[in-house]
Write a protein that binds this ligand. Structure first.
Ligand code: G6P
Length: 609
């Protein structure tokens, strides 16, 4: 939600800020803007819509100063028009903001009663007014920020500059991420590593309640009382190439094709071969803890929630531990009674999703041990959980999550196989079979990716359909939900995911010959029952696209299209089925001329509740 970038250094800030915003655009793309010093003055340029519109506006405009800030917005308060775009400049101060100011109403009331004329409908502008009041009383930007922070409630991060201090930037984090890149005589402050990594791998991550100042490139950190604090500098390993399209048309397409490698990376370091077993390295929790948990509670949002649902089936069957899965925004406010010996697992690609982070904090307060499954190292969820497993899928930029989903399934299966070994809840033979299933995945995913051309062609014939029903049973049911979500997110077509057995309790009423049924029917223990359910929709005119394993002439016969994934152990099927459902959504979105990487109304990282 909203991308922030600021620059001080020897180069012209405009190009660096625009490049940073381009890399952060997946965080929001409702409007963009910059405030950059030019001959001692802060010039603000803003535009509604995507970054290219601001770039056009800035063509030919040069700025002479050393410092500037920029913003790409996902609207919370106020429409995504130019006046609501950031930066907001009041007097000599300009601010970019990510998050929500909850006591916005009372601040606004006070300012308006004092005759302040507000130019926008945003909560962000109010912060600029509060800072301006302090600056006019003679405070420095740091002092003004320290005095304004206690007046603001909510989860928010800000980056500010002041006309009187052209070599300074001040940032504060209280919720959404903020980090500082320490370059060669230059400083970049941004909400995400993507905007920094092209300039420097040396990064400091702000924690909640911390302020950073950069004055002529000298960077200092403070707590919210204004005491200077020491912070660790991290060397970030991600290469720039990982955030480029590398010849693909879209990030989503590239990320779909990266899955064989992503899955290898997820498994790397966690497998021993003689004998074949999972040994989770440096997860932060002890073997004794893993042996003694009595329940597992998985918490996540969106696609990560679907991966967690797959994991529920796996945990229950393999470890025998009762397992619950909750959507973070629901779990957060539930009246809970949790067994103290519950392992709470938060699953998040970004590691910054506000609801998931809030749940992590809540269960920690309740005394539970916590484990995070994140893709982004050093993210808030990663840092705050007691233990961690990384998906290591590499940067995911497409708003529609793909490689993170399959990597999350694999990471969670590694966890369950590790626990099963320690608890002896499965025979060695069974575990070997499951782990061999994981090891075969990268090669089998390659085989599924070879169907790409088929989907490109088939998508053309599917554009006229308006309703899609995704069906699956058991461990495959969450993949049906994920298939429907992928389709909704990037094609804007209506899609629903259902457990096949539930169909006759309502949704079958939707079925006619205008309805596409995507049926996940691999050969597993529920295969026969699943086929009967598919027959029921077939009998009512449903147009079936079946995804089955290997050669399955029976299923092929009742389907409009039959797609085969390699035959595999049941626990590997969700990953294999994910490839066709991703390719189907991707090619249909392209055929419908949708904005694949930046679908309307969405943002990749949801840092507000
Ligand atoms: C947003 C993204 C989804 C993602 C969800 C959870 O809605 O658009 O793709 O699944 O957030 O994000 P997380 O980073 O916690 O996995």
């Amino acid at each position: 939600m909203c991308g922030i970038v600021g620059y001080w250094g020897p180069e012209k800030p405009k190009a660096i800020i625009l490049d940073g915003l381009r890399r952060l655009e997946y965080r929001g793309y409702d409007s963009t803007g910059v405030a950059i010093f030019d001959h001692g003055q802060l010039k603000v340029e803003r535009s509604p819509g995507k970054l290219h519109r601001l770039e056009e506006k800035l063509r030919g405009i040069e700025f002479e100063g050393p410092t500037g800030i920029g913003h790409t917005r996902w609207a919370t308060h106020g429409e995504p028009n130019e006046k609501n775009a950031h930066p907001h400049k009041v007097g000599g101060v300009a601010i970019v903001h990510n998050g929500i100011i909850e006591n916005y109403g009372s601040i606004q009331k006070r300012l308006v009663s004092e005759g302040v004329e507000l130019k926008s409908e945003t909560d962000s502008e109010l912060i600029a007014h509060l800072l301006d009041e302090k600056l006019r009383e003679g405070a420095t930007l740091l002092k003004a920020t320290l005095e304004v922070i206690p007046k603001l409630e909510g989860a928010y991060s800000i980056l500010v500059v002041n006309e009187k201090e052209p070599d300074s930037m001040v940032a504060f984090k209280n919720g959404p991420p903020m980090l500082v890149g320490l370059g060669n005589k230059e400083v970049i402050i941004a909400s995400d590593i993507q905007a920094v990594i092209t300039r420097t791998p040396r990064v400091v991550y702000l924690d909640d309640g911390e302020i950073v100042t950069s004055i002529k490139g000298a960077v200092k950190f403070y707590n919210s009382k204004g005491d200077e604090i020491r912070k660790d500098v991290h060397e970030v390993k991600w290469s720039q190439a990982m955030a480029e399209k590398a010849g693909f048309d879209h990030f989503m397409q590239k990320e779909i094709f990266e899955q064989p490698q992503a899955l290898r990376q997820t498994m790397e370091g966690h497998l021993e071969h003689e004998p074949l077993r999972v040994v989770l390295k440096s997860s932060g929790l002890t073997d004794d803890e893993y042996r003694n948990f009595k329940r597992i509670q998985l918490i996540a949002c969106g696609t990560s929630w679907h991966a967690a649902m797959v994991a529920k089936y796996v945990f229950e069957r393999v470890t025998g531990i009762p397992t619950d899965v909750d959507i973070a925004s629901e779990f957060h406010y539930r009246h809970l009674t949790l067994d103290p010996q519950t392992l709470a697992v938060t699953v998040s690609q970004s590691g910054e999703t506000a609801d998931t982070l809030a749940c992590l904090r809540r269960v920690k307060k309740m005394g539970l041990r916590t484990l995070s499954v994140c893709n982004v190292p050093h993210s808030s969820i990663d840092r705050e959980a007691h233990g961690r497993i990384y998906t290591n899928a590499g940067a995911e930029i497409g708003v529609c999550s793909t490689k993170s989903f399959t990597a999350q399934i694999v990471a969670l299966e590694l966890l369950s196989f590790h626990m099963a070994r320690l608890r002896k809840s499965c025979s060695d033979e069974e575990l070997k079979n499951y782990i061999s299933g994981l090891l075969a995945l990268p090669g089998q995913v390659e085989i599924c990716l070879n169907h790409d051309k088929w989907f490109r062609e088939a998508a053309q014939s599917l554009t006229k359909f308006r309703g899609f029903l995704y069906l699956g049973r058991g461990v495959n049911f969450p993949v049906a939900l994920e298939g429907a979500l992928k389709l909704k997110e990037i094609t804007y077509l209506h899609a629903e995911g259902y457990p096949s057995g539930e169909l006759k309790h309502g949704p079958i009423a939707l079925v006619d010959n205008n309805m596409i049924i995507v049926a996940l029917a691999p050969k597993d223990e529920l295969y026969e029952k699943n086929i009967s359910n598919i027959q029921e929709v077939k009998a009512r005119g449903g147009q079936i696209i079946a995804i089955g394993s290997g050669d399955d002439q029976g299923l092929e016969k009742i389907s409009k299209h039959y797609l085969s994934i390699p035959e595999a152990v049941w626990s590997a099927n969700p990953v294999l089925e994910s490839i066709p459902i991703q390719l189907l959504s991707y090619h249909l979105a392209v055929a419908l001329n949708r904005d694949v990487d930046q679908p309307r109304n969405l943002a990749k990282s949801v840092t507000v509740e």
